[in-house]
Ligand binder design. Structure first.
Ligand SMILES: Nc1nc2c([nH]c(=O)n2[C@H]2C[C@H](O)[C@@H](COP(=O)(O)OP(=O)(O)OP(=O)(O)O)O2)c(=O)[nH]1
Ligand SMILES: [Mg+2]
Length: 313
C-alpha cells in the first residue's frame, strides 16, 4: 500500500484555541476538518516541512514548536504516518492560502468537528497537558489535599490520585474532596476497583497493569467523555491498553527509581521504540521531572508523569 509521511500542526493561539482547516472536497479525506500540514518531501527534515507547509497553506512563520504525537493509520487506500507538532508561537495572521476555510476552535469544542479517522489520538493529545502529576505514596489525607491545592495554583491540569498509604474509606473520602477542589481546574484520575467507577462520575480512571490484564478482551470500561489511562511497562501491556481503548498510557520505569530499586529501567531508546508502536499519548515515568520534559517530547512522549519536581513540597 502507498505510504505517506505527513507533518501536521496543532496551532494554538494565545487564548488557547486551536486552528483547524477544512480539506478541499476533491482531496483524500475531502470535506473533513484537519490540522494544517502536508506531505514531507523526500530527504526533508520534519521541522523544515512543518515550517514550509504552514507558510504555504497559512502564510505564517513558525517561531515555537515541539513534537506532540506520532500517529500511524491505515486507510483502505493509503497508510499515513502523521508527525504532529504543537505550534505555540508564530508570526503573521493565518489565512487560507489555498482558499480553505479556517476556524479557531475551543479545545472543548473539538468533538463538534468531523476529522479523518487517523485524528482521534491527535485530538486527545491536544487536550492533554505536558505534565501528569501523581500524588506521593506518603502523607495523611489533609497533607495530600493541601499539596494538590498548591499544585493547582502552579498550573497542574492533570493528576492521578494515588494514595496506597490510606485506608479504602479514607481514599474514597479524599477522592470526593479532591474532585470538588479540582472541578473546572484540573482533570482527576482515580485508582481503584472498577466497581467504584459509578460512584465518582466526574473522575477519570487510571488502571494498573494487573487490571489491564484482567480486562483483556473486555470493552472499554468508561464512556468516551471520561479519561481512561493505564500503567504500562512493556509492549504487551501497551497492546492491551490499545485494545481496551485507553486515552493515554504511562510507560515506566524510564530511569532507575528509589521506589522500585529491583526493576531494570527501560532507558530512553527502548522507551522511544515502545512509544512508536503505540498510537495514543504516552507519559514517561520513573525518575523523571520537568527537566526531562523536553527529552520526553523528543522521544515521542506527551510529556512526563511523576511526583518528583511536580509535587509542591
Ligand atoms: N494535514 C493533515 N493531513 C491529514 C490529517 N489527518 C489525516 O488523515 N491526514 C491525511 C490526509 C492526506 O492523506 C494526508 C495529507 O496530505 P495532503 O494532501 O494534505 O498533503 P499536502 O498538503 O502536501 O497537499 P498537496 O500539496 O499534495 O495537495 O494526510 C490532518 O489532521 N492534517
Ligand atoms: Mg495539506
Amino acid at each position: 500500500m502507498k505510504a505517506l509521511h505527513v507533518v501536521a500542526a496543532v496551532i494554538r493561539g494565545t487564548d488557547g484555541r486551536i486552528l483547524l482547516a477544512q480539506r478541499p472536497a476533491d482531496k483524500h479525506q475531502g470535506g473533513l476538518w484537519e490540522f494544517p500540514g502536508g506531505k514531507v518531501e523526500a530527504g526533508e527534515p520534519v521541522e523544515a516541512a512543518l515550517a514550509r507547509e504552514l507558510h504555504e497553506e497559512l502564510d505564517i512563520r513558525v517561531e515555537q514548536a515541539r513534537p506532540l504525537i506520532e500517529v500511524r493509520h491505515d486507510y483502505p487506500d493509503l497508510s499515513v504516518l502523521l508527525d504532529v507538532w504543537e505550534v505555540s508561537g508564530f508570526a503573521g495572521t493565518p489565512r487560507g492560502m489555498e482558499g480553505q476555510p479556517l476556524v479557531w476552535a475551543e479545545e472543548s469544542a473539538l468533538d463538534d468537528f468531523q476529522f479523518p479517522a487517523a485524528n482521534r489520538p491527535i485530538v486527545t493529545a491536544a487536550r492533554l497537558p505536558a505534565d501528569y502529576l501523581i500524588t506521593p505514596a506518603a502523607g495523611a489525607a489533609a497533607e495530600l489535599l493541601a499539596g494538590i491545592e498548591r499544585a493547582l495554583a502552579r498550573g497542574v491540569r492533570l493528576l492521578q490520585l494515588r494514595a496506597p498509604q490510606l485506608s479504602v474509606s479514607a481514599y474514597r473520602a479524599l477522592a470526593d474532596e479532591v474532585l470538588a477542589l479540582c472541578a473546572g481546574r484540573a482533570e482527576v484520575l482515580l485508582k481503584g476497583p472498577l466497581a467504584w467507577v459509578a460512584d465518582f462520575p466526574a473522575a477519570g480512571w487510571h488502571l494498573t497493569a494487573a487490571q489491564l490484564r484482567e480486562l483483556a478482551g473486555a470493552p472499554r470500561p468508561l464512556p468516551a467523555g471520561r479519561w481512561l489511562a493505564a500503567s504500562c511497562h512493556d509492549a504487551e501491556e501497551l497492546a492491551l491498553a490499545a485494545q481496551l481503548g485507553v486515552d493515554f498510557a504511562t510507560l515506566s520505569p524510564v530511569q532507575p527509581t528509589a521506589s522500585h530499586p529491583g526493576v531494570a529501567p527501560l532507558g530512553w531508546e527502548r522507551a522511544a521504540e515502545l512509544i512508536r508502536g503505540f498510537n495514543q499519548p504516552v507519559y514517561l515515568l520513573g525518575g523523571l521531572g520537568p527537566d526531562e520534559r523536553e527529552r520526553a517530547w523528543r522521544s515521542g512522549a506527551q510529556g512526563v508523569a511523576g511526583i518528583r519536581g511536580l509535587w509542591p513540597c
